[in-house]
Design a protein around this ligand. Structure first.
Ligand code: E4P
Length: 221
């Protein structure tokens, strides 16, 4: 499975990559604007902080068919096209553009998905990844359950498209999708940190060290 970080904060990416096997980064136009930097600078920094084995998944901003195709080509040459995936929202123009971008040999992540039906059409249009916005879907129903259902629907038809669950508010939503076997996921740094850190672990480690020191007068083997 693939686990991506949903951010353009290169400091956070660097920190997480130090201790976690992160598979890459996803951004969207809003995430890039939040960096306070020019998009070109953000992409350059991502190339610096990530290895070529880690994916960079970046989104088009244009909303018309021709514009999406042009921007997809622009994104596809970042880092000489190595492990680059272009995000395209599942609008009518986007759904039309997905097979055309795929035909150019560019990997596509269909994004802005609010329903399993939109995801179905993006899969049929040959997208490589489908990004349902789990937490935003929860405004309309049970987003987690709908994404689990989507994973099963794709398997039934043998679609190659992978769900890349996105838009999370808490660890519980992430946990439920991991338990359901979601093939890929993108999560913001603060939620990833909450997944990893547990006060019980820190207490257990302190206890091991204290007992060892008491018995052997040192804090190492
Ligand atoms: C992912 O690629 C999406 O763009 C992102 O997860 C959306 O998250 P949000 O709902 O927190 O904006």
């Amino acid at each position: 499975m693939e686990f991506f970080v949903d951010t353009a904060d290169t400091q956070a990416i660097r920190e997480l990559c130090e201790y976690l096997p992160i598979d890459g980064v996803t951004t969207n136009p809003t995430i890039i604007t939040k960096s306070g930097k020019e998009p070109e600078q953000v992409f350059a920094e991502l190339c610096e902080v990530l290895t070529e084995d880690q994916k960079i998944i970046a989104q088009v901003v244009a909303t018309d068919y021709e514009g999406i195709l042009a921007e997809a080509q622009k994104i596809a040459v970042i880092r000489d096209g190595k492990n680059i995936v272009v995000k395209i929202p599942v609008t009518r123009e986007g759904l039309r553009a997905i097979p055309a971008v795929k035909a150019m040999g560019i990997s596509v992540l269909a994004t802005g998905i609010y329903s399993p039906d939109q995801a179905f059409w993006a899969a049929k249009a040959d997208a490589d990844y489908l990004a349902p916005y789990v937490n935003r879907m929860c405004n309309y129903g049970d987003g987690v359950a709908q994404v689990v259902e989507l994973v099963n629907t794709l398997a039934q038809y043998g679609f190659e498209a992978k769900v890349c669950a996105a838009s999370f508010k808490n660890v519980d939503q992430v946990h439920k999708l991991l338990a359901a076997g979601v093939p890929s996921i993108t999560v913001a740094p603060d939620i990833i940190r909450s997944m990893v850190g547990h006060p019980g672990t820190a207490i257990a480690v302190e206890e091991f060290t204290a007992n060892w020191e008491k018995a052997y007068g040192r804090t190492c083997l």
